[in-house]
Design a protein around this ligand. Structure first.
Ligand code: ATP
Ligand code: SF4
Ligand code: MG
Length: 354
């Protein structure tokens, strides 16, 4: 990764109330561009945020908004030859990881683990679950083979595998989808990471299994004080299992708020529309769920201005200039020219059910 020498530095408390000195992860102005036939395509555009130790942060937003690229770039596993990654700073546990040289094969960052949507493509099909767990344990701890084997069995029990001895000897393809996802959780956490990035970890599972796996992830990360970045399309999951939500649109973080209240306090028209489109008990009576209009120009407005402009029902003259982030207190904020006024409205609106 090469670092930018120019560019805007955000205010120290702009992205979150977590001070940089105590954050487990501090990302400043991360940009990912792809060299494509007709120029550059910006997949991630000046993204800045922090994660406090043990904090659970959700990244939500529609398909193509840049969630995965943000995570892959941070973890150092975005090795696509056409990708150009720039950042003013990416600091993990107080150490800069922005200066890493791009290598053909991804480099592991000690203390940072990832879980992906599809366990079947992430687990090694050749080796048994037990040997993969033993490898991780021995790579991250000074531990004998015998002790690592015992610990591997303990980890399988921790993630709910009652018949852990059979699972130890199984290859990933011999397990069900839910079991493979549990094995992924064990592999990710066995090295005692300080931060776990989980990109759609449950979207391949049904609703009940999905909640079970999330409960497991949250219980284990809480026990270990491990921070969690959860990438998801499922707003209910983000509300239930995280403390802070980052809403991405067109490669940018357009709003940052408290997960439990963002459905009523959202000030960015995209977040408001996203929250309205989530099915609720109240909306069950509606014939048609609210949707977000499709833009004729795509996610990045080629003429500049606010990237949501072509789809925004509140657009006005000022929106021809890209909005800066407006601070809304408590480390929260939104990038919309109407943010301050909308924030007043949200604060004075009656609470749901009142
Ligand atoms: N190799 C590539 N070349 C060009 N553009 C790419 C490449 N990989 C990703 N992109 C683009 O980058 C943008 C962001 O992709 P990303 O996968 O980060 O989105 P996402 O928010 O994770 O979407 P989803 O919710 O579908 O997983 C998309 O528009 C995508 O098409
Ligand atoms: S800046 Fe303008 S176009 Fe963009 S979200 Fe706000 S009101 Fe809509
Ligand atoms: Mg993705």
């Amino acid at each position: 990764m090469r670092t930018k020498t120019e560019g805007t530095h955000r205010d120290d408390d702009a992205a979150t109330s977590t001070p940089a000195s105590t954050a487990v992860l501090d990302v400043e102005n991360l940009t990912v561009r792809y060299k494509v036939a007709d120029g550059d395509f910006t997949a991630v555009d000046n993204v800045s945020f922090r994660v406090a130790p043990g904090e659970r942060v959700a990244i939500v937003g529609e398909s193509g908004s840049g969630k995965t690229n943000t995570c892959l770039a941070i973890a150092g596993v975005l090795t696509h030859p056409n990708a150009v990654i720039e950042a003013d700073a990416i600091t993990f546990q107080g150490t800069s990881i922005a200066q890493r040289k791009r290598k053909r094969l991804p480099q592991r960052i000690p203390g940072l683990a990832m879980v992906f949507q599809d366990a079947s493509t992430s687990l090694d099909p050749v080796w048994t679950v037990g040997s993969q767990l033993v490898d991780i344990l021995r790579a991250t701890q000074q531990i004998s083979y015998k002790n690592a084997k015992a610990k591997a069995a303990e980890w399988l029990l921790k993630v709910g595998m009652v018949d852990h001895q059979r699972v130890m000897k199984s290859r990933p393809y011999e397990l069900s989808g839910g079991m493979r996802q549990r094995v992924m959780v064990a592999l990710a956490l066995a090295g005692s990471p300080r931060l776990l990035i989980a990109d759609e970890p449950t979207s391949a599972l049904d609703a009940t299994l999905s909640r079970d796996i999330m409960q497991l992830l949250v219980a284990l990360t809480t026990e270990m004080s491990t921070g969690l970045i959860l990438v998801t399309h499922d707003i209910h999951l983000a509300q239930a299992f995280t403390e802070r939500m980052l809403v991405m649109y067109g490669g940018r973080i357009v709003e940052e708020g408290a997960s439990s209240t963002l459905d009523t306090t959202a000030v960015h028209p995209y977040t408001q529309a996203l929250m309205r489109s989530v099915p609720t008990l109240e909306s069950a009576d509606l014939d048609v769920l609210p949707t977000i209009p499709i833009s004729a120009t795509g996610q990045h407005d080629p003429a500049g201005g606010c990237s949501f402009l072509p789809r925004c029902d509140k657009a006005h003259d000022a929106c021809a200039v890209p909005p800066q982030r407006t601070e809304l207190g408590g480390g929260y904020g939104a990038a919309c020219w109407l943010a301050a006024a909308e924030s007043e409205l949200a604060l004075t609106a009656p609470a749901k059910g009142a």
